[in-house]
Design a protein around this ligand. Structure first.
Ligand code: IPM
Ligand code: MG
Length: 368
């Protein structure tokens, strides 16, 4: 067994704070569970731009391609105006995802009973919530051409983007969702806007055709995205696997996060295609983003980043038992009363980002 390289990119905003805690957790597994990993940190984001003149420096980009897996903090929000738009786009997260061909983004939403009170939804709606949003990550309106801002003959400006999906792009993500559903409750809900958009008509037809041809054992239904947004807050327990496009997945996952108590709780994995050697590029990041309003104050919730490590253990490191151990440790830390500000009920004292990390490490020691 050779040492696997993990590229760590703390990035912008609260990225460095939460990644430091995720890293401590990963180091616990290296030390205590004989995980043979090397963690190397690389410059990325506003800080990299300030120091090296590039949001995504060449050495970082090369490390991303060479890594067995990537632990990513956050990008954006900081110094937005100080970095020219072209430099931000060239090194931005959408570019990183695309250059690694990370087409499948998994965002699991699981409710933890200790956090029912932190959710904006009623307790009775939260029981049994356990679903995954499978978001297509490198197509659609995020990348479609033409795009731009132009000046019209009458002097007005016009901004435009293009929603586009091909058969193979749709089938690739749908196949991923169906295969995932086979390891779960075998229910897939596909989300589109087929009542208005041609790209949505094609999406629906292709997802259904693939299901009929190759996945007859999977129960498939289709929802329009507006209805899905409503269903996510009306009855979130109805979902198993939700598959959708890039922008709908972006929006619906923030919405769904409230079932888990806070956006700060959501982990994610972004995966590429499996190559001939059976390997796939993989990037693990909390869903919350850079949160510039609270950056540098040590109050961010590291659990989204820490639960992303659990996803890495399961999906890239072949350690399902360690992943489950980490998830149990997170639940136990919450049951023990540790709460960062975002999940703290009124009248309870909040812990800091690093205290939350320490609480998880204590539970790992206790449970292992
Ligand atoms: C996300 C984020 C990103 C996205 C931003 C930071 C580009 O909101 O991962 O959900 O829109 O994909
Ligand atoms: Mg988002």
């Amino acid at each position: 067994m050779s040492t696997k390289k993990i590229a760590v990119l703390p990035g912008d905003g609260i990225g460095p704070e939460v990644t430091a805690e995720a890293r401590r957790v990963l180091e616990w597994f290296i030390a205590r569970r004989k995980l043979d990993l090397r963690l190397d940190e690389y410059a990325y984001g506003a800080d990299a731009y300030r120091r090296l003149g590039q949001v995504l420096p060449k050495a970082t980009e090369e490390a991303l391609h060479a890594a067995h897996a990537i632990l990513f903090g956050a990008m954006g929000g900081m110094d937005g105006d100080a970095i020219p738009r072209a430099a931000r786009v060239a090194g931005g997260l959408p570019h990183v995802r695309r250059s690694l061909e990370l087409f499948a983004n998994l965002r699991p939403i699981v409710t933890i009973p200790a956090l029912y009170e932190s959710s904006s939804l009623k307790n009775r709606l939260l029981q049994g919530v356990d679903f995954v949003i499978v978001r297509e990550l490198i197509g659609g309106i995020y990348f479609g051409q033409p795009r731009g801002i132009e000046i019209l003959p009458n002097g007005e400006r016009r901004g435009f983007n293009t929603q586009t999906y091909t058969t193979s792009e749709i089938r690739r993500i749908a196949r991923f969702a169906f295969e995932l559903a086979r390891t779960r409750r075998r229910q897939v809900c596909s989300v589109d806007k087929a009542n208005v958009m041609e790209a949505g008509v094609l999406w629906r037809e292709e997802v259904q055709a693939l299901r009929d041809a190759e996945f007859p054992d999977i129960e498939l239904r289709h929802l329009y995205v507006d209805n899905c947004a409503m269903q996510l807050v009306r009855a979130p327990a109805q979902f198993d696997v939700v598959v959708t496009d890039n922008i709908f997945g972006d929006i619906l996952s923030d919405c769904a996060a409230m079932a888990a108590g806070s956006l700060g709780m959501l982990p994610s994995a972004s995966l590429g295609p499996v190559d001939q050697a059976g390997r796939r590029a993989a990037l693990y990041e909390p869903v919350h983003g850079s949160a510039p309003d609270i950056a540098g104050r040590g109050i961010a919730d590291p659990l989204g980043a820490i639960l992303s490590v659990a996803m890495m253990l399961r999906l890239s490191l072949g350690r399902p038992d360690d992943a489950a151990l980490l998830e149990r440790a997170v639940a136990a830390a919450l049951e023990g009363g540790a709460r960062t500000a975002d999940i703290c009920e009124p009248g309870r004292a909040a812990v800091s980002c690093s205290e939350m990390g320490a609480a998880v490490l204590r539970e790992l020691d206790r449970l292992s």
